[in-house]
Ligand binder design. Structure first.
Ligand code: G3H
Length: 195
């Protein structure tokens, strides 16, 4: 069995301001997580020479991998956060106030709701297909440093959770979800590195 480690990027400037989307850098807290993650990965994967680190193309994801040395890094557009289109950079409160119909439709069907000029969860699930195929093919461990919506979909695939649950799965910050795929099925461990 070989592990797949899933984690969100460290806390970003936009997380602090409660803004969705964007391409902000890490907060000081997020920066600290990046260091702790590097430490963890080095200890956990040291003997596993062929392991690789996959990030999205967004700053907060790439920076979270910054302190991890000695493993190849791969950037995937397909690991970028759900595209919030016209709502990119807004807070949920601003969306509720300025675009109440959008807010409502998303509340009603978060899985199918597509942001104006952006994506739905279903869109994200679809674009993740090549990532999943590649993850399945890998024999060595992979550390995936991505984003909340994307990780909900990836996690649901490995943990065999139903489609309708995906937009509501909890994927907390600063926590590593370790998936082990063995003959008897999938095992999961969580490591909360900080609050
Ligand atoms: O920025 C987007 C969030 O990570 C996705 O969260 O789908 O629960 O709004 P949400």
């Amino acid at each position: 069995p070989r592990p797949i480690l899933l984690t969100r990027h460290g806390e970003s400037q936009d997380n602090v301001r409660a803004r969705i989307g964007g391409d902000s850098s890490l907060s000081d807290t997020g920066e600290l997580y990046a260091k702790k993650l590097a430490n963890f990965v080095e200890k956990r994967l040291k003997p596993e020479r062929a392991a690789s680190i996959w990030t999205s193309t967004l700053h907060r994801s790439i920076s979270t991998a910054n302190h991890i040395v000695g493993f190849p890094k791969v950037q995937w557009r397909a690991l970028d956060e759900i595209n919030a289109g016209a709502c990119d950079g807004m807070t949920y409160l601003e969306i509720k106030m300025d675009m109440p119909e959008e807010y409502e439709s998303r509340e009603k069907d978060k899985l199918r709701y597509r942001y104006p000029r952006g994506e739905s969860y279903l869109d994200v699930i679809q674009r993740l297909e090549p990532v999943i195929i590649e993850l399945e093919r890998q024999r060595a461990p992979v550390v995936v440093i991505s984003h909340q919506a994307v990780l909900r979909a990836l996690y649901a695939y490995f943990a065999d959770r139903p489609l309708k649950e995906i937009p509501h799965i909890e994927v907390p910050l600063h926590t590593i979800i370790e998936i082990q795929m063995g003959v008897t099925g999938v095992q999961e461990k969580r490591y909360k590195l900080m609050d």
